[in-house]
Design a protein around this ligand. Structure first.
Ligand code: 13P
Length: 282
């Protein structure tokens, strides 16, 4: 069943656990994630970037892909279909109109005032369709080398932003990056806890790949209710497929090649779900 993200995150905040957003790229990934989460009876957020939406054919394709898999595979867990890093009001509206149950508007590269203005417009539209909205304050970079300036959101900015926009959950920059880390990630837990206490809504941690399990647990204790994971599944899948191709030069059936990454993706999902959902009761 597709649900609004609030249904899961408010429960997670109360129970001090986190829900994972796994990003999807194609039919197979979506199927593997749904099957594994169903097997473990854990709700899931399916995050889709604008790039992945274009790759798959469009917003409606993604909506019908996800809802059709839910139907045909007999999926009973709660599933959120979420636009990840929507770059414009238009892309958020397209996702909402196509049936997504949640969107992220990411205008974090703008000034705080402009970020508020853009986000408010998305929230106004989303509320009329019962769609939840996530937004970002501060800048979460693609990797450590691309980071320019401050990787940490200001507490006062977060308070102002949430008060004025009425978003449902907030992704503040807390020192995490998308993709791989060089060395240990430097998350600011004091800032995380302060923001969580002051804004009261659930917090989101982007860049979940490569963050050690104990740091993920500590983040949950400090207000994180949603953790985004993308690159980790990609690496697990690519490694297995590379090995399969090198050992099976005579196989050209794409179903066999793509499927050779299934076990590793599912293992990765299993490990993450079990770290993060210990106290899950939804
Ligand atoms: P990673 O690719 O680092 O796991 O980050 C995913 C993410 O934050 C998607 O928004």
């Amino acid at each position: 069943m597709l649900v609004n993200m609030n249904e899961l995150l408010n429960e997670a905040k109360k129970g001090k656990f986190a829900i994972i957003q796994f990003n999807i790229n194609n039919l197979e990934w979506t199927k593997y994630i749904l099957e594994q989460c169903e097997l473990e009876k854990k709700p899931v957020i399916l995050g889709v970037s604008e790039g992945a939406i274009t790759y798959m054919g469009g917003y409606h394709v993604v909506y019908f892909l996800v809802t059709s898999l839910i139907k045909d595979l007999g999926i009973t867990i709660k599933v959120v279909l979420h636009l990840d890093h929507g770059k414009s009001i238009l892309s958020c509206k397209k996702a909402i109109d196509a049936g997504f149950t949640s969107v992220m508007i990411d205008s974090s590269r703008e000034s705080l005032e402009k970020n508020i203005e853009i986000t408010k417009e998305v929230v106004a539209y989303a509320k009329t369709k019962n769609v939840s909205v996530e937004a970002e304050v501060g800048a979460i970079f693609e990797n450590l080398n691309s980071s320019k300036g401050n990787m940490y959101a200001k507490v006062e900015d977060c308070i102002t932003f949430v008060k004025q926009t009425h978003i449902d959950c907030l992704a503040p920059a807390l020192g995490s990056v998308h993709g791989l880390y060089e060395g240990e990630p430097q998350l600011d837990f004091t800032r995380m806890r302060k923001i969580s206490n002051m804004v009261e809504i659930p917090l989101v941690l982007h860049g979940g790949t490569g963050i050690p399990d104990d740091i993920l647990q500590k983040s949950i204790q400090n207000g994180i209710c949603k953790i985004n994971i993308n690159t980790e599944l990609q690496i697990a899948w690519a490694k297995a497929v590379r090995k399969f191709i090198s050992e099976n030069a005579g196989i050209y059936d794409p179903r066999k090649i793509i499927k050779s990454g299934e076990t590793e993706i599912k293992k990765c999902i299993h490990n993450k779900l079990n770290i993060l959902h210990d106290s899950l009761k939804v």
